[in-house]
Design a protein around this ligand. Structure first.
Ligand SMILES: [Zn+2]
Ligand SMILES: [Zn+2]
Length: 148
C-alpha cells in the first residue's frame, strides 16, 4: 500500500492521484492542522486558517468521495473526530474550555438552558453568563456548537 493508493481507492482518477501527491507533504508536516483546515473548508470556512491546501487542486479533496475516504482511513480516528468537532467551534480556546475542561488549565465554559428554557453560555467556576467568546470575541450561538 502506498500513500497515493491504498484504502478508499476503489475509484481513483488522475485527479485523485495528483491531488493526493500535492496534499501529502502538507499532511505529513502537521496532519492535525491539515485535518482542521480540511474540516473548516468542508464547512465553508476555508479562509479561517488560510486557504486550504497550497494548491488549488487540493480543493478536489472537498468534493471527492474517494479522497474523503482516503483521508479518513489514513488518519488516526481520535484525531479525525477531535478536529471535526473542533471545526464546529469559533476557536480552539472555546473548544478546549467546553469539551476538554480537565486538560484545560483555564476556567470551564458550558452551554446551559437557564430555568430549562433560556439558552445561555456560562464561564468559570462562578458560572458567569457570557455572550461572546472570551478567546476570539465571536458572538456565541443560541445552541451548543457540537451536539452529543
Ligand atoms: Zn479524488
Ligand atoms: Zn472563540
Amino acid at each position: 500500500m502506498t500513500p497515493l493508493t491504498g484504502p478508499g481507492c476503489w475509484y481513483t482518477s488522475i485527479w485523485c492521484r495528483s491531488t493526493r501527491k500535492l496534499a501529502l507533504p502538507e499532511y505529513n508536516r502537521n496532519f492535525p492542522f491539515f485535518l482542521l483546515k480540511y474540516f473548516y473548508a468542508v464547512r465553508g470556512r476555508g479562509k479561517k486558517l488560510g486557504h486550504f491546501g497550497s494548491d488549488g487542486k487540493v480543493r478536489h479533496l472537498l468534493k471527492c468521495k474517494s479522497c474523503k475516504r482516503w483521508l479518513e482511513t489514513m488518519s488516526p480516528q481520535e484525531t479525525l473526530l477531535r478536529q471535526k468537532r473542533l471545526s464546529k467551534y469559533c476557536c480552539s480556546g472555546l473548544y478546549c474550555a467546553v469539551e476538554e475542561p480537565a486538560t484545560n488549565n483555564g476556567e470551564p465554559v458550558a452551554f446551559i438552558l437557564f430555568r430549562g428554557e433560556d439558552p445561555m453560555w456560562v464561564f468559570g467556576q462562578k458560572s458567569t453568563p457570557i455572550s461572546y467568546c472570551p478567546w476570539c470575541g465571536h458572538r456565541l450561538p443560541n445552541r451548543p456548537y457540537a451536539e452529543g
